[in-house]
Every structure is written in C-alpha cells, then in structure tokens.
Write a protein that binds this ligand. Structure first.
Ligand code: 1QQ
Length: 385
C-alpha cells in the first residue's frame, strides 16, 4: 500500500514537473545528479558501505572485490560509466550510519550498495530511505529488509529460503530426528537465522533438545557445547557469522562432537574452513553460488576473479558482482543518474541475466533465488547429494 502511495506521489511529482516545464516554469530540471560525459556515456557514482576491517572483514573484502570486478566489466562495455565511493563500516551499526551520512551528503551519488550485515543495514536503510536514496543489500539476508521502504532493495538470498532447504536436505540424508540449536543473540542475522531454524524444525516435527546462545566475539563455547553434547542430538543448527561459527565447530570437534552442523548464510564462507580446518568438515549450508559449478558463467567469473585478486570468489563476491550489473542495467534504462528516475527503473528490473541466474525484484524489492545445498568435506565445499 505504502509502495503504491509513494509511486502515485512520484508519478504526480513528475506530472507537476512536466507541467511546470511546459509553462516555461524556469528551473525545473530533475537532473541534479544526471551526468553524461564528453564521450556521451552516461555516468553515475554509487556509494558502497562495506565491512572492511575487523573480525568479519573477509565478507567485505569479497563484496568490494566483486563490485570492483563488475565495475571494470561494466565500464569496459562502454554503455555506462560507474564510479564507486567505498566506505568502511567495520561491521558496526554506528560506523555504518556515519558512512551512510557521509555518502548521503554528497549530491553527486545516485545510490548506495551495502552495508554488509543486516544489523548494520537495519540502522542505515530507514535513514537512507527517508532521504530518497536507493539502497541495495547484496548480503543482507534477514526477513524484513526490503520492507523497510520504497528505496530499499536486496539481491541477497533470504534466510527464509536458504535455511529450510539446508535443514530439509540434511534431515533427509541423515535421518535426524533430534536437533540442538545455538545462535548469537546480539546480531540481526544470527537472531533472524535462528528464528527460521526454529520454525523449520518445528514444522518438520523435529525434537529440539536444547537452545544455546552466545555473544559477539565470544571465544569459549565450552558451557554451550557441553550442554549440547549431553542432550545427544543428531544435528546442530548453528546460526552464526563465520568468525564465531568456525570457533564453535573447532571446539565442538575437540570435545568429540562429530555430528553435522547446519548453518545459515553467515556460515557460508571459505573462512569457516580457513579458521576451523578439518573441524569444518560436516558443515551444511544452502547458497545461490556454488563455486565448483560447471555453469560457464560461474567458471568465467571464477577465473576472472582469481586472476584479479589471487583467490577464489565466494557467494558474497558473486552477489556483489551481480548487484552492480543490476544497478548498471537500471541506470541504462533510467537514462539518467537522477535518484528518483534510477529508483523507478531499479524497481522494474526484470529477468536480468546475472551469474546467479535470472534476476527480478518482487513488488517489495525482494528476490527469489535457486539455492544449492553444500557440505564441507575434506576441506572443500561440495554439492550435498
Ligand atoms: C546478514 C548476513 C551476513 C552473513 C552478511 C555477511 O547474511 O547479516 O544478513
């Protein structure tokens, strides 16, 4: 409803502007930040807020690398020219908001990408939305993100789509009936992921043996894991970012807990293997990006990324890469870097072919994606058959 009202409002504003222009109403151009270079190529600046320093910095590194690679590829096509203004949020909501304020005060910036964590995004997006600046989350997976407002979009796989797929496959394959749960109770993603896990477990009639919680940056999980071990579950559902999740798995294996873990989006990172080593074996996640896929688009993306950055991409890099193509496509169709025109055409994104498949926004600015369930085996993410 709110969307409709806003849409009506913006249509009326455009009609008013056209009328004023027709009446010779003076200074009525809407192209405050519309930009066409000497070469005739439409250009736009996008602000990026990313988790680049701190314990989860590998998320932000993958995202900004994905964006930079897409920027090169888009600019090389010569249809539009994109400039990125990148700010570090350090994974902190207050720092993300400072970065957003800096970006919002620059009238030459058309739209924003990020921040990385849902916790940060929930702090930033309502402000950005109020200021009429389009914002797109490439990694923010919690329920309710696009519903923040008309200027808010995401191309990240929703937790409510990925987690049930992972749990269903894990249960189907292991025959599990009893699950223990653990999650971080001070982060939007880990809490949101937990809610989806609990709902799914209940819907599937699984017995929940215990629900344990931890806090950001915790290093000792002995108490929680002892409790889990004593309840003798078949599976552990863990809603964690990689930095805590990998430590939990490492300590669990050291305590002799060998059962599989099912994680949400936060756990789907090569960093889980990097940090936990062999202890990460047995982690099951669902993802829209499978690195070992033989899909030529994925193979080409992997090669380009590895050549540029000397390491393999992950889901976060792939989603960010597609995100900038979504922005470039909206910019082309808008024919202007004006924020309002850009928002209108962004909302109309339809069947855009990305490396993660065909992309459209639904009417709230959310996305439906196909996911593949993966497990870590012998230190590698492989398809979970
Ligand atoms: C969120 C996430 C994180 C794992 C992004 C890095 O999905 O906070 O929504």
């Amino acid at each position: 409803m709110r969307k409709l009202n806003k849409k009506l409002f913006s249509i009326l504003s455009i009609v008013m502007l056209l009328l004023l222009a027709a009446c010779g109403g003076g200074n009525t151009t809407t192209e405050s930040n519309s930009n066409t270079g000497e070469d005739g190529v439409l250009s736009a600046k996008f602000g990026v807020i990313s988790y680049l320093t701190g314990a989860g910095a590998a998320y932000g590194e993958a995202i900004t690398n994905g964006l930079k690679l897409a920027q090169q590829d888009i600019n090389a096509l010569g249809e539009v020219n994109i400039e990125l203004v990148i700010e570090d949020s350090a994974g902190k909501a207050d720092q993300a908001l400072n970065a957003a304020q800096k970006i919002m005060s620059d009238d030459s910036i058309t739209a924003i990408i990020g921040p990385t964590l849902s916790t940060e995004f929930f702090a930033v997006a309502p402000e950005v939305d109020l200021n009429g600046i389009p914002i797109l989350g490439t990694s923010t997976t919690v329920d309710g993100i696009p519903e923040i407002g008309d200027y808010v979009f995401r191309n990240a796989v929703p937790e409510s789509l990925a987690i049930p797929a992972a749990i269903e496959k894990a249960v189907e394959r292991t025959g599990a009936t009893k699950v223990a749960m653990i999650y971080g109770n001070d982060d939007a993603l880990t809490k949101g992921g937990f809610e989806v896990m609990e709902r799914t477990a209940k819907e599937m009639g699984l017995e929940i043996t215990t629900i344990e919680t931890y806090q950001e940056g915790q290093s000792d999980y002995n108490a929680q894991l002892t409790k889990i071990k004593n309840t003798n579950p078949d599976l552990i559902l863990a809603s964690a970012l990689y930095n805590e999740g990998a430590v939990i798995m490492d300590q669990a294996r050291k305590m002799g807990i060998e059962i599989p873990f099912v994680g949400g989006n936060g756990f789907n990172s090569p960093q889980a293997i990097e940090i936990a080593g062999d202890a990460a074996n047995g982690l099951i996640v669902a993802t829209p990006y499978f690195g070992e896929s033989s899909d030529p688009k994925i193979v080409e993306f992997n090669e380009k990324y590895e050549k540029e950055f000397g390491k393999k991409p992950d889901q976060f890099a792939a989603q960010a890469y597609d995100a900038l193509f979504i922005y470039a496509d909206a910019l082309k169709r808008a024919g202007s870097s004006d924020r309002e025109a850009f928002r209108e055409s962004l909302a109309e994104t339809k069947d855009l072919e990305g490396i993660l498949g065909k992309f459209s926004f639904d009417e709230v600015g959310d996305v439906i994606m196909d996911v593949t369930v993966l497990e870590i085996k012998d230190g590698k993410f492989i398809e979970f058959e």
